[in-house]
Design a protein around this ligand. Structure first.
Ligand code: UT7
Length: 359
């Protein structure tokens, strides 16, 4: 745990954007007088998967599909579906408690909760406020981020900016989804691909030196292109149909964008962190499709032994997929302190991005 007295917020609420911090890196704000910068460092992880496991065999009973097609096209073998009555906030709260346990922290030590989700319990209030209540907290602030499958990357970027600006010192960042509730279960092209679950990270302000050797988030790259909204969307909503709607996807088109844009955003974030791809210890990609994960790793020149994959067991859990993969891999003891991790994701919007962090 950091020495709290050593950490001082930037007096201007500095965003830590390129150059202005004087650190030379975008993920840090120079702390006047102390000779250090503030970094957002991961101090705990946790996850939750609903009890019910849905195998590919379940789909073959009622859809024109096969286990071999699903595995060969996507790498997915099974996924979890939430139980009736089990909602996104319940899964998010489970993951949050696991992360607090991992960090050895009490909920009262959190300044903020951010939940990345496209499948909130209700249109409002935010799932993050429901998690706050579940944790018995009445202090701090809580809000949701909606950037579909890139949601957790966007949420990490918001959390890091709040920490670097000095607005919050310790933030619970959660990705949680109940995609089984927005699937057209008769559409074989999408029904077999998605699952439910939640993952959480706790980010904490700690002092760093401002270089790429620091622990914590070193760089972020975020992108969106709303002109591509029709290739992956949900056909309902509050202001249009008044109902939740179902997910619609032109899989091949999304695939094409994914391979190109994921490698690009990862490369941008790695360069922004002052690192080269050869210095990356682990890639933690959005778990949508094993073929996309392999093609992106190849473009980055990172061997598959250094890529975390959970897609076979979880399917595509949208904003939950990266924190789930991070938490599962951390539980397996795969990350050593000081190793560099790149997380990248793309989804509806299109919205995509990457985060580089030192564990
Ligand atoms: O998380 C957000 C980002 N989402 C993604 O990254 C998903 C990106 N896309 C993909 O993962 C892949 O495009 C899919 C897994 C969705 C599909 O793989 P594909 O190799 O692109 O297949 P396709 O869409 O070209 O479909 C090939 C054939 C089609 O039949 P025809 O038209 O060639 O006769 C489909 O109708 O496979 C058919 N098909 C299926 N067949 C058996 C589609 N779904 C199924 C299915 N079982 N479940």
């Amino acid at each position: 745990m950091s020495d709290e007295a050593d950490i001082r917020a930037h007096p201007d609420g500095g965003s830590g954007s390129d150059g202005e911090s004087g650190s030379g890196l975008p993920g840090a704000a120079r702390t006047p007088g102390a000779g250090t910068v503030t970094r957002a460092v991961v101090v705990g992880t946790g996850h939750y998967l609903p009890e019910r496991v849905v195998t590919n065999a379940e789909f073959t009973e009622r859809l024109d599909t096969s286990h071999d097609w699903i595995v060969s096209r996507s790498g997915i073998e099974r996924r979890h579906f939430a139980a009736p009555g089990e909602a996104t906030s319940h899964m998010a709260a489970h993951a949050a408690r696991a992360a607090l346990g991992d960090a050895g922290l009490g909920a009262e030590s959190l300044d903020a909760i951010i939940v990345a989700t496209s499948t909130p319990d209700l249109t409002f209030p935010a799932v993050a406020t429901m998690v706050q209540a579940e944790l018995g907290l009445k202090t701090g602030f809580a809000f949701d981020v909606q950037a579909v499958c890139a949601g957790f990357i966007y949420a990490l970027a918001q959390a890091q900016a709040l920490i670097v600006a000095g607005t919050a010192r310790r933030i619970m960042v959660i990705g949680a989804e109940t995609f089984s509730r927005i699937l057209d279960h008769d559409d074989r092209g999408t029904a077999v691909l998605f699952g439910d679950g939640a993952g959480a990270l706790i980010l904490e302000a700690q002092p760093g030196q401002g270089g790429s050797a620091d622990r914590g988030i070193l760089a972020v790259d975020l992108n969106a292109d709303g002109s591509q909204r029709d290739i992956l969307y949900v056909d309902g909503g509050v202001a249009t149909t008044g109902s939740a709607g179902c997910l619609r996807m032109q899989g091949k088109e999304v695939f094409r964008h994914a391979v190109e844009k994921l490698a690009q955003t990862a490369q941008t974030a790695i360069a922004r962190a002052g690192l080269a791809p050869a210095q990356i210890d682990w890639v933690v990609p959005h778990q949508a499709n094993l073929r996309i994960i392999r093609a992106t790793a190849q473009k980055l020149g990172v061997p598959m032994e250094r890529v975390i994959t959970t897609v076979a067991d979880h399917g595509n859990t949208s904003a939950a997929s990266i924190p789930l993969a991070l938490s599962v891999a951390a539980r397996q003891g795969r990350f050593a302190p000081g190793q560099v991790i790149v997380a990248e994701a793309i989804g509806g919007g299109l919205a995509w991005g990457a985060v580089v962090l030192r564990w």
